[in-house]
Write a protein that binds this ligand. Sequence first.
Ligand SMILES: [Fe+2]
Length: 392
Amino acid sequence: MRLVMTRRIESGTVLATDVLTGRHGTPLLRKGTQLSTSYRDALVRAGVNAVYVDDALGEGIDVPQILTERTRQEATSALAQAFRAAPTVFGGEKTKMAPQLVEELERIAAMIASDVADCGDAVLALADLASSDLYTLQHSIDVTALGLLIGQRIFREKGWIDYRGQRSYEHIDKKLAQLGLGLLLHDIGKLAIPSDVLNKPDKLDDEEWQLIRQHPITGLELLPSNMISAVSKTVIRSHHERWDGRGYPDGKYGTEIHQFARIAAVADVYDAVTSERPYRDAAPAHIGVGVVLEGAGTAFDPEIIETFLRLVPPYPPGIEVTLDDGRSGVVAHVAPPRLDRPTVRIALEADGRQVTPYEVNLLDEPDLLIVDDSCSPLRLHRERPRWPVAAA
Ligand SMILES: [Fe+2]
């Protein structure tokens, strides 16, 4: 399968994954659907900017999805319920989230943790193609999956760090479940922020900025404190702290910030950069990886970044890329440890000629570089040549 811009889809192309929209997590279109122009237009209207399709060029390209469709649907539905309940508690007094809802979210966090455990050594592919109106919901789910992927690897290789600062390799599953619940709920306090402030494309004024900085603490106030572990709460409270002490709400510094919150900070920023927002396009994966890498030692714990780079490929399978010699194609395969040197299936020569696809392994061609995102399907404002599309 491969990722294509929705607007460039040709009639007869087959969807390779379910396309989710709506607050109940129900698919707008199912995997296997043959797309007509009216389906394509409906997807564009729904704000779905790119979809995975099965066609000749993407044949045999495996795009590992960390979460099963069932997990994503159940998580979307449970979080939507939690988020729907929240606005009724605002307007003066804050009421705690119902205990049953917290239990349901614990179950969902465990489901996501189990999907992440099942995916073994898989690297992250782009999952979030949802429209921006679903941002908070899908963002919370994707941050949970990515944070757990990082957490699982770090806890197994280096241990989780307890409140005394000591590393431990015991009860890793329990610790991942606690991390997962914190990640799922990390932004729940944003529900208290008016959406025109949250989605404001311009610079925030002081008052608006204060509101934003309040959301980690507001989130904690919404939760029944006796039902949630201290470490899950720390994830919620401290996910905007920075390694250099310039974060909020407490301005904690370095290892003063709980390890779980340091993991959440990385997952949160990567997903925010690579997600569609009302005021900007989604950035491609390599930009997200670049932003995280730039923040190593300033915004983020370098040890976590080292693990992140072994899990998140800058050019994931299925994505369109251009090489610096002018040829273009689709990433066919990404292999650890060099996630930045994928195998590319070439479809267009430098002069724009379509060719029978052939593969180039960038590990064998050290001089070849991938040049930016000029043909990323997520960049809607640039027109690119059409790929030879054949219905599978
Ligand atoms: Fe946040």
